[in-house]
Design a protein around this ligand. Structure first.
Ligand code: UDP
Length: 258
């Protein structure tokens, strides 16, 4: 058997050369990092859950006409995707104050924002992904004005769709991060949604209890990370009901209290 060529290894995923030109295989690891990789750990089973959750969300987004890099899931940890040229901007969409926004502006976590905020962060680990404005993006040529228009447009569509999707399973979509890429058709390029959508890059709170069902459980040492990711998958209908591998959060709290 020939070894596949590894194209890139990130914090939570590995990209391999795909079976056809213009395709890649995206492999989901169990590794977790936070605070610009100062905190490292593994969440056993996370990769499998994120692969499945991301497949589900990207498929639904594709169905409503949002262009994405997702082609199909290959197995438990891998999906086939279109190769893109990643735009070096992390797009963060916020509906509720939390995380760095709450800290930076001294807002109470959980404050419902009167309107949705889109923020841009320049992807540069050495600089700690600094917050930038559209002025910086245009000035340094990270994306064109036209591309930024398409990106903001898609970000809002994704937010509207995902807010409804999660509200339907009693989960509040607090904030999330998207990444976009360019694909080239002859002389033209266009922007499509790339990367992943999973509890690694979203804040998801139970609407009734405000329980955190996302990577903040790891960031804040709350424990029960994999149970939280499983809970999201279960509510989205991606795990069989009542399967005994799924520890529900109440059970988890009870066990932790022992
Ligand atoms: N986020 C992400 N990757 C990053 C930074 C942020 O996926 O490198 C996500 C994060 O999970 C949250 C949202 O973007 O859902 C907003 O994150 P924030 O700016 O509050 O930063 P954090 O507090 O997560 O460092």
């Amino acid at each position: 058997m020939t070894r596949r060529r590894q194209i890139y290894e990130g914090k939570a995923k590995i990209l391999y050369e795909g079976p056809e030109p213009g395709t890649l295989i995206q492999y989901f690891k169990d590794d977790a990092t936070a605070f610009n990789a100062q905190k490292k750990g593994t969440i056993s089973g996370k990769g499998v859950l994120n692969n499945r959750i991301s497949e589900h969300v990207f498929t639904l987004l594709g169905n409503i006409g949002v262009p994405t890099h997702f082609i199909r899931r290959l197995n438990m940890r891998e999906q086939l995707i279109r190769q893109v040229e990643i735009v070096p901007i992390e797009v963060v969409i916020r509906n509720v104050a939390a995380g760095s926004l709450a800290k930076r502006l001294g807002l109470e976590e959980g404050l419902q924002l009167p309107r949705t905020i889109i923020e841009y962060y320049y992807k540069d680990d050495a600089l700690g992904d600094p917050l930038v404005s559209e002025e910086h993006i245009a000035c340094f040529g990270w994306a064109s004005q036209e591309e930024m228009h398409d990106i903001a447009d898609m970000a809002i569509r994704v937010n509207d769709f995902m807010s409804g999707l999660f509200a339907g399973v009693n989960v509040r979509l607090v904030d999330f991060k998207l990444e976009f890429g360019r694909v080239y058709d002859n002389d033209y390029s266009r922007i499509i949604l790339a990367d992943e959508i999973s509890p690694d890059g979203c804040r998801l709170w139970d609407m009734t209890t405000n329980e955190k069902l996302d990577k903040d459980r790891f960031r804040q040492d709350l424990g029960g990370e994999v149970e939280a990711y499983q809970e999201i998958a279960r509510r989205l209908g991606l795990l069989p009901e009542g399967e005994n591998t799924v520890l529900d959060m109440a059970e988890h709290r009870k066990n932790r209290g022992k």
